[in-house]
Write a protein that binds this ligand. Structure first.
Ligand code: DGL
Length: 263
């Protein structure tokens, strides 16, 4: 069981920002990745739809013999992680949510911005996160429709993307925000572009590394950490395998093994 793979999924390529952190921290682990590109963007879908997709992914990874599941997607986590934990109580499941707690601890100006999907920002889980950790700071939330679609085409720095992103970041900076939470797993791929738009003393916070550490803890507790070198990552997509193959190298992965996902 220790050498069994770990299932990781996102609505598309965003979760690769998390996959990369898992590979860095846990190089022995064999990883399976599903990009639900045929249903992107999750951020504009209903919670019921996303819960259904989460359940399809879980069923698929169980069939593949995965020893753990990572929801490498904030939007899927706020909608679906509670149901998955109820349905699979003995399976290590790692979800993720915007890094409000570390941002509240880090801000000096007392103003934090959150870039995330509409679905995440409108969720009850996000509201609870703010109640719990952000009572003493000002939080400006900024949905970012359109970013995910561009990133999915492999666009990380076109003029169109820059203009869109600038429009989302400017209101945060205008209100003296010194800490920006990247609350969607696609956005860490925009860090170089973002850095060119903001001052050096504005911090960008994301949760990919924390997710990898949490996965490590859950596996260690159950004596499930892999001991032997990993197998190459296997990828599936509900979109076009050929376009995923093209984008993977831009996002730090090799495009060897991409299959069609038709569930
Ligand atoms: N990458 C996802 C997230 O972390 C969602 C992107 C989308 O499909 O809207 O929220």
């Amino acid at each position: 069981m220790r050498e069994a793979p770990i299932g990781v999924f996102d609505s598309g390529v965003g979760g690769l920002s998390v996959l990369g952190e898992i590979q860095r921290l846990l190089p022995n682990e064999s990883l399976l990745y599903v990009a639900d590109c045929g249903n992107i963007p999750y951020g504009e879908k209903t919670p019921e739809f996303i819960r259904e997709r989460c359940s399809v992914m879980a069923g698929f990874f169980r069939e593949q013999g995965a020893k753990a599941l990572v929801l490498a997607c904030n939007t899927a986590t706020v909608a679906g992680v509670a149901d998955l934990r109820r349905d699979f109580p003995d399976w290590p499941i790692v979800g993720m949510e915007p890094a409000v707690k570390p941002a509240a601890a880090a801000t000096r100006s007392g103003v934090v911005g959150v870039l995330a999907t509409t679905g995440t920002l409108q969720s009850a889980k996000f509201a609870a996160l703010l109640d719990r950790f952000a009572a003493d700071i000002k939080v400006i939330t900024q949905p970012c429709p359109g970013l995910v679609e561009l990133i999915e085409t492999g666009d990380l720095h076109s003029a169109e993307l820059r203009t869109l992103l600038q429009g989302y970041v400017a209101p945060l900076l205008a209100q003296n925000c010194d800490t920006i939470i990247l609350g969607c797993t696609h956005y860490p791929f925009l860090k170089p572009l973002l850095r060119s738009m903001i001052a050096d003393d504005v911090s960008l916070i994301d949760t990919g590394a924390a997710v990898a550490r949490q996965l490590q803890r859950l596996l260690a507790e159950r004596d499930l950490l892999a001991q032997r070198p990993s197998q190459p990552v296997k990828f599936w997509t509900s979109g076009d395998p050929q376009s995923l193959r093209k984008i993977l190298p831009l996002l730090g992965q090799t495009a060897s093994n991409v299959q069609n996902f038709d569930l």
